[in-house]
Design a protein around this ligand. Structure first.
Ligand code: I6G
Length: 687
């Protein structure tokens, strides 16, 4: 065993401190004080010392950012303190109403607010134990996230060890919450590079950040230009935390942790609104994408006292920006074929930068929308982009026509396979009639493999297109019977990639039933309906054997949904397909009963909301009800247990009266939620 000379140990410490400082200056402040060559020389010296004395290597050394081996999948992390979300307001009136509620519930008007830009990225929680970075996790559903420790370690602006100034104490456990995001310029550079390499492009900086963070190989994450900005603390054990939110951000900054830019404290609602308007005016010049301004109560004791509704703290809200709009020209229109065979018109545009992101395609939705807009090929149009939503054409500008414009003619034949296209009576969309249309199959595979469905890592658009074009996949179950020998002969399929793909496909066989049902791509069965079907039937066999009446008995299922599911399971090709999935080892039944909260007055109840609620928004009420095991449905039937009526209830109230369904008020709702264990703060009027 080698003993390290004390002076070398001290030199290693010094090198790490220096590298930490230069990193902060370079990545956070963008004000480097040393040249790249000087920085590289320090890194080299540290690497050499660590190579000579491996016992000096610690996980927080700057040499250890990259190098963790690829993972099999992400472990899950339970957040000790839930990672909540933010409520939204969309205009000044809604913001004033939010602030009024804060004033009313607190009984105070001397309240300070903190504003910050709402960075559009991925929310994460980063844990430091005794000043050393130990874990990074995504927000996930707020209670359980994914362990992305090795990936977050690669973000260079994040210190792996804290070097606090003497007067800044650090708690034994410090959890920093914030956003992993990508600057617009870095996003555009990354996409340019991917385009040159023939790789699919990311739709926006948020997707690029999320896709980069969710890489099983941290080496790939390390090659992506990710940034981090803290917006809060979570766990803070062993020391009193700062008393104000601005104090928290100042504190983190003093630890060299990057925090949200330009946070500011204001004393009145009017002052906050001036700041929001300023952000609105400058948002297009920002170097990062922001989808709003976050406003928080500064006093942390009051913040906590105001409590939580559903999953949203009352003392914070996000003032969302409206979508950005730009004018450009429609060059032509493509019809894309989706997994159900539906044709969607896509306007191919003269490229235009919207909020820094190049937009070249925008959805026109369907023929009725084309009619409504009156848009023609060659027209100037206004295009709108909001965060991660696909850009859309919102108006045509006929005044700018010069006579060369041409009408958009919907195709009679599928642009991909040439089969006939039909528009059914009463439907707005056209469909390709060929069930084996390659475009349909490609879209079905992408859906099947997507994250919310079977989540097959690495099986994206490019791969499904390639495998269909090569005839390796002719129907969905072929995914589980790929000819790996043939794939091995293809360019770009090294042994490691094949191994990863095979493992990802194998892992997907064991997804929960609701994901499998969703993955099948049945019309009108999105994630919510798939979950209801899995809970109700527990196995594909029971679902496939369900009559129309059985399906209609599921709260919220109407005739269109029920008919679509019934037809799907009575199509012999689908029956055969499911049989093949089963033979290939895909899980088609729940092995354990689906967990449902068993206790509380709302568990298992079917409820309807009507009228305006005064203490929570409709979305908050629905979320809270779901949390306690209630089913929220949109129409009243004899199967409804309770109708909760707010102010000015609509026709659902009368229907409940006619059917003799129990009608309760908002106070009852709050009381029952409390009795079910939802933490509604004292500030909410008790019944
Ligand atoms: O300050 C914040 C910025 C962004 C947030 C936040 C956020 O989510 C994307 N979420 C929460 C729950 C809080 N502050 C408290």
């Amino acid at each position: 065993m080698s003993t390290v000379p004390p002076d070398l140990r001290a030199r290693v410490d010094e090198l790490r401190r220096l590298i930490h400082r230069y990193n902060y200056e370079y990545y956070v402040l963008a004000q480097p004080t040393v040249s790249d060559a000087e920085y590289d020389a320090l890194m080299l010296e540290l690497r050499q010392l660590e190579a000579r004395y491996p016992e000096l290597i610690t996980p927080d050394s700057p040499t250890q950012r990259i190098g963790a081996p690829p993972a099999e999948g992400f472990a899950t992390v339970q957040h000790e303190l839930p990672m909540l979300s933010l409520s939204n307001v969309f205009d000044e009136q809604e913001f004033r109403a939010w602030a009024e509620r804060v004033y009313r519930l607190s009984g105070r008007r001397d309240i300070e607010f903190v504003t910050e830009p709402k960075l559009d990225g991925v929310a994460v929680a980063i844990l430091y134990r005794n000043g050393v970075y130990t874990r990074g996790a995504t927000r996930g559903d707020g209670y359980t996230g994914e362990d992305v420790t090795a990936n977050i370690r690669t973000i260079r602006m994040l210190p792996l060890r804290l070097y606090p100034p003497d007067d800044v104490p650090v708690p034994a456990v410090l959890e920093v919450r914030g956003e992993v995001y990508m600057r617009i310029k870095d996003f555009n550079d990354l996409n340019r590079q991917r385009g040159e390499e023939g790789l699919p492009l990311f739709a926006n900086p948020r997707n690029a950040a999320a896709g980069s963070l969710r890489q099983l190989d941290p080496g790939i994450t390390a090659s992506r230009p990710l940034c981090f900005a803290a917006w809060d603390i979570g766990l803070f054990d062993g020391l009193p935390a700062p008393a104000t939110h601005a104090g928290v951000l100042d504190y983190l900054r003093r630890l060299s942790i990057p925090v949200v830019p330009e946070y500011a404290v204001y004393r009145t609602v009017d002052e906050v609104l001036v700041e929001v308007r300023r952000w609105l005016q400058t948002r297009e010049q920002l170097e990062y994408e922001a989808d709003g301004v976050v406003v928080k109560v500064n006093d942390r004791a009051l913040y906590d006292q105001l409590g939580v509704v559903g999953r949203e703290p009352r003392a914070a809200t996000a003032y969302k920006f409206p979508a950005i709009e730009k004018t450009t020209l429609v060059r032509h229109v493509e019809w894309s074929v989706g997994r159900t065979g539906k044709l969607t018109p896509i306007a191919i545009l003269e490229p235009v930068s919207i909020g820094g992101v190049m937009v070249e395609r925008a959805s026109l939705h369907n023929e009725d929308e084309i009619q409504r807009l009156g848009v023609m090929i060659g027209d100037a149009v206004v295009v709108q982009r909001r965060g991660d939503v696909i850009p859309k054409v919102i108006t045509a500008i006929p005044a700018r026509r010069d006579g060369d414009e041409r009408p958009i003619v919907p195709p009679d034949h599928c642009p991909v396979c040439g089969a006939h296209v039909v528009r059914l009576e009463g439907e707005v969309d056209r469909y390709c009639v060929n069930p084996s249309c390659p475009a349909r199959l490609k879209a079905q595979i992408q859906h099947f493999a997507s994250r919310g469905a079977m989540d097959i890592e690495g099986f994206g658009e490019k791969l499904s297109d390639l495998f269909v074009d090569l005839g390796l996949i002719r129907s969905l179950p072929d995914i589980y019977e790929l000819d790996w020998e043939q794939i091995r002969q293809l360019r770009g399929f090294a042994e490691k990639r094949i191994e990863n793909l095979r493992e990802a496909i194998e892992r997907s066989k064991d997804r929960p039933l609701e994901r499998f049902i969703f993955a099948l791509g049945i019309r009108h069965v999105g994630e919510r309906n798939a979950r209801l079907l899995a809970e109700h039937f527990g196995s594909i066999d029971r679902l496939a054997a369900a009559s129309l009446e059985d399906l209609l008995a599921i709260p919220g299922f109407g005739p269109t949904v029920a008919q679509s599911i019934y037809e799907f399971f009575h199509e012999p090709k689908n029956v055969e397909m499911i049989e093949r999935f089963r033979r290939l080892g895909v899980k088609v039944a729940e092995t354990a009963p689906v967990a449902r909260p068993a206790r509380g007055p709302l568990a298992g109840k079917t409820v309807v909301l009507t009228g305006k609620l005064t203490t929570l928004t409709r979305a908050q009420a629905e979320e809270a009800l779901r949390q306690v095991g209630a089913r929220v449905v949109s129409s009243v039937s004899k199967n409804t247990d309770y109708v909760f009526a707010g102010q000015d209830p609509g026709s659902k109230y009368q229907r409940a009266q006619q059917l003799g369904v129990t009608i309760l008020g908002e106070d009852d709702l709050l009381r029952m939620l409390r009795e079910s264990g939802v933490s509604l703060a004292e500030a909410v009027p008790a019944s």
